[in-house]
Structures are given as C-alpha cells and as structure tokens.
Design a protein around this ligand. Sequence first.
Ligand code: F6P
Length: 322
Amino acid sequence: MKNVAVLTSGGDAPGMNAAIRSVIRCGIAKGWTMFGVYNGFAGLITDNIRPMGTRDVGEILHKGGTILGSARCEEFYTDEGRRKGVRALRRVGIDALVVIGGNGPQTGNYELHKLGFPVVGIASTIDNDLPGTEMTIGVDTALNIALEAIDRLKVTASSHQRAFLVEVMGRDCGYLALMSGIAGGAEYIVIPEIETDPEEVAESLRLAYEHGKGHAIIVVAEGAKHNAESLIAYFEEHEDRLGFKIRATILGHVQRGGNPGAFDRILASRFGSGAIEAIAREEYGVLVGLHEGSVMTFLLEEVVGKTKSVSMEMVELARKLD
Ligand code: F6P
C-alpha cells in the first residue's frame, strides 16, 4: 500500500494530461491512494495536494495543457523552499512523488531526491532535449503543429514568390527545427548546435531563386545564435540580391497548445505506467523515458543540467534534401 502524488512542472506539453491520467489509474490499479499536486512545485510550498480518483482524470486524455497546472516557483530554487516541499509531502503521508516535465522540473526533482525523498520523473517537453530518452511527451504534437504552419506558409509564399523564416521553439536544442525543417521541405535549417553564418542562408535563398523555386522556407530554432529577428535584420540590407522578398513568422507558444496526437497519448500512457512500475520496484531518482522503442528508466543525476544534441545523421539528411 502506497500514497503517491503527481505534479506537472515547467512548460506544458501536449500529452501531460494523458500522463497524469495514466499515473493515477495505474496507481489505483495497484490498490494505492493517489494525489495530485496543483501548480507544480509551488503546490508543495502552499500545501496544494489533493486526493485524485479515477473519475478526476476522466475526459482529459485528448486535451492539451495540464489539469494540475504549472508554475514557476522562485522559492523552490532555494534549499529551504525544497525542504518545505518535502515537509508538506511527509505531512500528507506521501510515499513517492512523480514529476512530469522537462529539464528544469527534473532538476527540481533531483534536488528532492538528494534530500532523501523518493521521486520518479516522466520525460515531457516539446523541446525533446533530455539526454537518454529518444522522445519526450509533447514533441510529436508540437512538431505536427509546426509542420502545419510551414505547409500553410508555403502556400502564401508561393502566391507571392516570397521566402519565409519560420522560428520554432526548442530552447537550446535544435530538434524541433531540424525535424520540422526536414518534414516541411525547408531550403535551410538553422539550429543552435551548428553555428550558421547568415551569408550561408542568403546564399541558399539566392540559389533557390536562381533554380526557379516559387518560394523558400528557412526554419530557424529560437535558440540559434542567429534567430529569426537577427536574420531579418541582416537580410534587410541584403534583400535585393536574394531574389525573394522575406517575411518572418515566430510560432512561439502556439506549438504548445494543441491537443495531443496519437503518438503522444500512447507515449504518455506508457510513461505513466512506467513510473508506477518504477515506484513498485522502489527504484527512485530516475527518469522514465524511451530507449529503442521500450520504456526505460535513466538516472536523474545523468540527465539533469545537460541538453541532448540533435542527430548528425539527420543534419546530413537535411543537407542532402534542401
Ligand atoms: O521548454 C518548453 C518551452 O516551450 C521552450 O521551447 C521555450 O523556450 C520555453 O518553454 C518558453 O518558456 P515560457 O513558456 O516560460 O515562455
């Protein structure tokens, strides 16, 4: 018999609700008592921990966002704040905590682990930047949202013989940009992992124009040294020699708000079950993720504070396809 709590933290990602539902229902299937912590780690500081039953997670599988809420909590960055959180969990009688989120949340989770509290993480962020796991909850849906935007921009770009810079999220990781660029047939992809001279982008546009292309798409990662704003500023002075007129679209948070697709719903359901199984084995201080298609656990200490790099094989592929 265990009392287990779950919280979501950091940027929301489509599929977080599916993960909450899975954690709660798989825990109940074990005969455990389940709790939700509201507003991320802030809910630990404010004692916002409430019991959750099977019906409390009904009708959320298909919804984006997180019913538990997420918040930045300055107090949790301090040792005293985290100790306060552990005291709150112990007061309610919680035996283990599941934290659904990306790099920041898993760092907070690891700090609780270091204080001796039993924790398990679930990899969830649209950035797909957590080392170890091949995929995180939310990235597939975010990718499809970016792709839909690229496809639409291509239509208007063709009508006007324009080039579009499309900036996607991803923090310091180029995964979203690289994959949406490949899937969207971008002429050039700018990612943080590879320093790009704006002149190379200009050259690719000029060549595309000379080859008679009716439009051009450049996908830019927000974390790249030259993001959309910087490239637009550069092109202002050089537009006459590019052929195309340039416009920029920054997709921003629109990538986070969608309803999860089938991949994310299934991944989240598997990760939720994986977290409950890890707790049943009393395997703590770990992150539930994906390795070669199987649900696995990774040590939090080997994951936190690091950013996964993009696959060089995919970078090479992008270069061949542009
Ligand atoms: O980590 C997810 C993410 O959406 C990043 O891609 C982005 O850089 C960041 O969060 C934006 O954070 P906020 O929602 O606090 O503006």
